[in-house]
Design a protein around this ligand. Structure first.
Ligand code: FAD
Ligand code: EPU
Length: 347
């Protein structure tokens, strides 16, 4: 089959010109397993995708891409909480909006994050002071080789900052098919981040938080429909308290986020570090550092995957030269045969 027939351009928010041997839509766990089996029988690689908002295609993919479109939202309630059982192929932002319209609050800080509900646990999506693990009760997965389904509790998911067990033990050979969320009926607004601090905790409504989050995001982040990107390209680095103190002595305005839960490390803002290297607007080939948010690399002009890699390598090098801090990509790198180690690629 020719590449043009199976373009991945609309299946990755970087809008990179890559293609696959085959693209299939799976609307059930059984379909996921069937498609996976077809490829395994033919000895070809498989890539699962939701909406492609956190992937970088380095090359054409030499196998089948399976798009997860398992739908359904079931709501039940107990005296103190709403429980949502959400099919992995539901769009995350629509879920946030719909739940808010139905009077269920708790997801508003996570508005406008692209992608599917089923992808949300993988990097424990987070924004504006809230991460998915605050509301996630369980994640249902299927073992693609034998169709056996399993429910993992939130504790078993081992959620961390942009991290979970789905990047390790359950990365290959498993698919997420549903996510269970628990939204407390007594709403506790989280107003600790950015402009949300200006809202009055005594009178604020979930809708106001939702609107403020949407406004902040629209003012900073490029819309992938207009400009190809995958959100933050790098993770915010965690450094020891000692390193953080040294950096603060040299750069008194450096943003630092001490960690909770007994973690002695301090999180730095990768966007600030990149910005301090005067890299906003810096470009290599068709790839550029976004002019409003330096942590976002964009497809400015028909970039290739290699352009983005070259830019990421250069940005990482410049930040290390200035601050002695090595950034790690948040975006997942996909080579012809499947996912590859992103740090190795840009090292
Ligand atoms: P994809 O990119 O399709 O897949 C991501 C990874 O998950 C791939 O490795 C894929 O193989 C795997 N995968 C996909 N579906 C499944 C499945 N069902 N089972 C098993 N594995 C699967 N992230 C944040 O955390 N916070 C933000 O604020 C944020 N802002 C963003 C803003 C923009 C403009 C963009 C483009 C991205 C942003 N992101 C953010 C990143 C992205 O939205 C999230 O990582 C999102 O959860 C990815 O969802 P997706 O469905 O597009 O995943
Ligand atoms: N900053 C700069 N210059 C820049 C960018 C940022 O100085 O070009 C400074 C800001 O002024 C601020 C700090 O860096 O003091 C942090 O910036 P911002 O609030 O924009 O957040 P971020 O750390 O860059 C993280 C997440 C985002 C999430 C926002 C809001 C990561 C890797 N990124 O970005 O998530 O939406 O916080 O909570 O943790 C994503 O994961 O794709 C993503 C967009």
């Amino acid at each position: 089959m020719s590449c043009q027939q199976h373009s991945l351009k609309t299946w990755n928010t970087f809008s990179l010109e890559a293609c696959a041997n085959k693209i299939s839509m799976a609307e059930s766990a059984e379909a996921l397993c069937q498609f996976w089996q077809q490829s395994t029988d033919q000895n070809e690689p498989v890539l699962l995708l939701g909406e492609g908002s956190n992937v970088l295609f380095l090359d054409d993919f030499s196998g089948q891409v399976i798009i997860n479109r398992i739908k359904s939202i079931r709501v039940s309630e107990t005296t103190d909480a709403w429980s949502l059982h959400v099919g992995a192929g539901e769009n995350w932002h629509q879920l946030v909006e719909t739940s808010l319209e139905q009077g269920l609050s708790g997801l508003e800080n996570l508005a406008l994050i692209p992608g599917c509900a089923g992808s949300a646990p993988i990097q424990n999506i987070g924004a504006y002071g809230v991460e998915l693990d605050r509301v996630c009760e369980y994640v249902d997965i299927v073992s693609l080789a034998d169709g056996v389904q399993q429910r993992l509790t939130a504790a078993q998911c081992q959620f961390g900052y942009r991290d979970s067990i789905f990047k390790y033990q359950y990365r290959d050979g498993y698919a997420i098919i549903a996510v269970g969320l628990r939204l407390a009926k007594i709403w506790q607004p989280v107003l600790s981040y950015g402009d949300l601090r200006n809202l009055d905790p005594l009178t604020v409504t979930p809708r106001e938080v939702f609107n403020a989050v949407c406004q902040m995001r629209r003012s900073k982040l490029p819309d992938p429909k207009m400009t190809g990107n995958a959100g933050s390209f790098f993770k915010n680095p965690l450094v020891s308290a000692e390193v953080a103190a040294k950096l603060q002595a040299e750069y008194p305005h450096i943003p630092q986020y001490p960690q909770i839960n007994g973690d002695v490390n301090v999180k730095l803002a990768a966007g600030w570090l990149i910005d301090q290297c005067d890299l906003k607007g810096f470009h290599i080939g068709g790839a550029a550092v976004h002019a409003q948010q330096a942590l976002v690399l964009i497809n400015a002009n028909e970039a290739t995957g290699q352009d983005i890699v070259n830019l990421a390598r250069s940005v990482r090098q410049r930040v290390a030269e200035k601050f002695n801090v090595w950034l790690e990509p948040e975006v997942r790198f996909i080579a012809a045969q499947g996912e590859t180690d992103a740090v190795e690629v840009i090292a």
